[in-house]
Design a protein around this ligand. Structure first.
Ligand code: MTE
Length: 315
């Protein structure tokens, strides 16, 4: 992504961190081969202990059977600018976020405004596991087993009006808990948006967990958005407000650099980022790159949402 203080930070950061991850993979393999207990296993155990298992999660629709990203990588290689702009910062710094109690205000074009309480969301019968391919705009990808609830089902409860054309999301604003908000890297709070048909599409979920466990803070605890056919930056974390609107809402990266980050942000190998190609991607943990698929491989499910639109213009 691009940041104000250092607009030229780009793929070099990704490449360096990618190398670190691959070196770690190599060391892990070497340690296992030597019969030595690899350190990351201990780290992983500690991380798992901090994030209890969610009860009665049922398998959900649309899952991929591709190999899942290692849990330890998924929780240590993150983008969450409220806790710093380097990939390791969120895991180091997000402990200061208090995630309980938590609720999301539902406002705007709805007949029944109200709140979603975290406790209601994690009622056991509601949770589904969705194993999704995730593609970051920075050309790396992961496969994550999310635990969550389809957003469309939740929004129904609040009775959207006929004027509800878009859905705007907002992250918590609290520089005391979120040290990154003390710097003007982005306009805070982080905001995102979807068209209403995208928001209620059955692939779109609000997630409260991953790998069967409660979400780690660095991954967007306690509630974040997951939209698997779009670049990762659409997946806004630690959401406190959802507003249904008539007009297209502003989004953080679009406000920051509109020529680089569009409102739609559909994964599209044929539309390059101005500073790098989007044709290929590196799956975290892999050595070789692979081709990026249109709509991140979810074209059958979602391409009809964009019939007749010029996806070069609406990138
Ligand atoms: N949400 C907030 N509030 N702040 C952020 O900086 N980063 C986005 C998105 N959601 C971000 C955010 C970006 S750029 C990506 S790629 C994904 O979160 C990363 O999610 P992950 O760390 O769980 O892989």
């Amino acid at each position: 992504m691009l940041i104000r203080q250092a607009p030229h930070i780009s793929t070099s950061e990704i490449t360096d961190e990618g190398l670190v991850l691959r070196r770690r993979e190599f060391l892990r393999g070497a340690a296992a081969a030597a019969g030595v207990a690899a350190l990351p296993a201990g780290t992983r155990a500690a991380a798992e202990e901090n994030h209890p298992l969610l009860p009665n999660v049922k398998p959900g629709a649309f899952g991929t059977d591709e190999e899942r990203t290692r849990y330890s990588d998924a929780i240590s290689y993150n983008n969450f600018y409220e806790f710093g702009s380097r990939k390791g910062d969120p895991a180091r710094n997000a402990g200061s976020l208090k995630t309980k109690p938590w609720s999301i205000a539902i406002e705007g074009e709805v007949d029944k405004p109200g709140r979603i309480d975290l406790e209601d969301l994690i009622a056991p019968h509601t949770l589904e596991e969705r194993v999704y391919r995730m593609r970051c705009v920075e050309a790396w990808s992961m496969v994550i087993p999310w635990v969550g609830v389809p957003l469309g089902k939740l929004l129904e409860r609040f009775a959207p009006t006929s004027k509800a054309k878009y859905v705007a999301f907002q992250t918590l604003l609290d520089p005391k808990q979120m040290p990154g908000q003390r710097r003007n890297v982005l306009d805070w709070p982080y905001v995102e948006g979807l068209r209403i048909d995208e928001a209620v599409h059955p692939l779109t979920i609000l997630s409260v967990g991953m790998y069967g466990r409660v979400l780690p803070n660095q991954n967007g605890a306690p509630i974040r958005l997951v939209v698997p056919w779009k670049y990762g930056f659409k997946g806004i974390k630690s959401i406190v407000k959802i507003e249904l609107t008539e007009k297209q809402p502003p989004t953080s990266w679009n406000l920051s650099a509109g020529y680089e980050y569009g409102f739609y942000a559909n994964v599209n190998p044929n539309v390059d980022h101005p500073r790098w190609s989007q044709k290929r991607e590196r799956r975290i943990g892999d050595f070789l790159k692979r081709d990026t698929l249109p709509f991140n491989g979810y074209a059958d499910q979602v391409s009809s949402l964009y019939t007749g639109m010029d996806l070069r213009k609406y990138f």
